[in-house]
Design a binder for this molecule. Structure first.
Ligand SMILES: [Zn+2]
Length: 319
């Protein structure tokens, strides 16, 4: 039983508990031949008939769900629940009493949002059904098996809208959302000035957390990326007391839990007169369980001061 978060839940009983489960593979749209709000449609299902659709939508874009999408509803005859347990999710949409008018922009927007959710949540494929039992999107009169005695539902104007506007928009919206999920998280961490002794590799401890969208960095920790993930960014360093010509080595260090497993290639920062500044790229993919730090090793004779270390990165978490 699944409830669409974008709809107002108006659960129909006893149908919601009593009717058989389905695995939803289709989405079929209807016109209800009445200018009803989603609530009025609910009252009709509840009070005047034992039939129902999963969803209802008013002219103003008000949308309600009456039956979970993994329970059979009765709007599509043979598509309600087939012998293999698959079935169609149905929506009734407010129309005039001849079912001859077009959907309003508000109705179209809600149909598109719901269609994209059904694709994401139930894996209904982004295509128009090619046969009565083919997974995909359709409208009531598309196949004879979907009605008891034939129908023109949802009407010619809406059939045209379904093909030219609604279904293409569902595809676009569902695809957009996939890209949205690929948006990287942003992290921006800094370190307090600290002294670095020569001749040993030491991890930068990040004490300032200006941004850590993915929650990769623990407070006052050296770890800034946790696998599985891929990332790209920079570490910016300002260094004091690094003699002219002396070398500070910088590398990404990969840990498995707290165990050091791999040092990535070394970048060398050469001391200049006055403070020394460097911006070093960080791009890599790390596997599950791996954690990334940045380590420094000074080749100078005496301790130096890391006056500033700022890490800025985009991180794509993998699942
Ligand atoms: Zn219909």
């Amino acid at each position: 039983m699944a409830w669409y978060p974008g709809a107002v839940k108006m659960e129909l009983q006893p149908e919601s508990d009593a009717q058989a489960a389905i695995r939803p593979t289709q989405f079929i749209v209807h016109s209800i031949v009445a200018p009803w709000t989603a609530r009025r449609t609910y009252e009709y299902w509840r009070d005047s008939t034992n039939l129902e659709s999963h969803f209802g939508i008013g002219y103003a874009g008000d949308i309600a769900q009456y039956i979970g999408t993994e329970t059979r509803a009765d709007a599509n005859a043979g598509a309600n629940r087939r012998g293999d347990g698959t079935g169609a999710v149905s929506i009734e949409t407010a129309s005039n009493t001849k079912a001859s008018d077009a959907w309003t922009p508000e109705q179209i927007e809600q149909l598109v949002l719901l269609g994209a959710w059904l694709h994401r949540h139930h894996g209904i494929p982004l295509r128009i059904c090619r046969s009565h039992d083919d997974p995909g999107f359709g409208y009531h009169s598309m196949f004879r098996q979907w009605s008891t005695s034939g129908t023109a539902c949802p009407g010619n104007a809406r059939i045209r809208q379904f093909r030219e506007v609604v279904f293409p928009a569902i595809v676009a919206r569902a695809t957009d959302t996939v890209q949205g999920d690929d948006m990287p998280d942003y992290i921006n961490l800094g370190a307090q000035p600290y002294e670095l002794r020569p001749g040993m590799w030491d991890s930068i401890e990040f004490t300032s957390e200006w941004a850590d969208e993915p929650g990769q960095h623990a407070d006052d920790g050296a770890v800034w990326a946790r696998g599985p993930a891929r990332f790209t960014g920079t570490i910016s360093l300002a260094i004091e007391d690094l003699p002219t010509g002396a070398v500070l080595q910088v590398r990404m260090a990969e840990f498995d839990g707290n165990t050091y497993v791999h040092g990535h290639p070394i970048h060398e920062v050469i001391g200049t007169s006055g403070r020394t500044y460097a911006v070093i790229p960080l791009t890599k993919r790390i596997g599950a369980g791996r954690r990334m730090r940045v380590r420094l090793c000074s080749q100078a004779a005496d301790p130096i001061t890391i006056t500033s270390a700022v890490l800025t990165a985009l991180i794509w978490k993998e699942s």
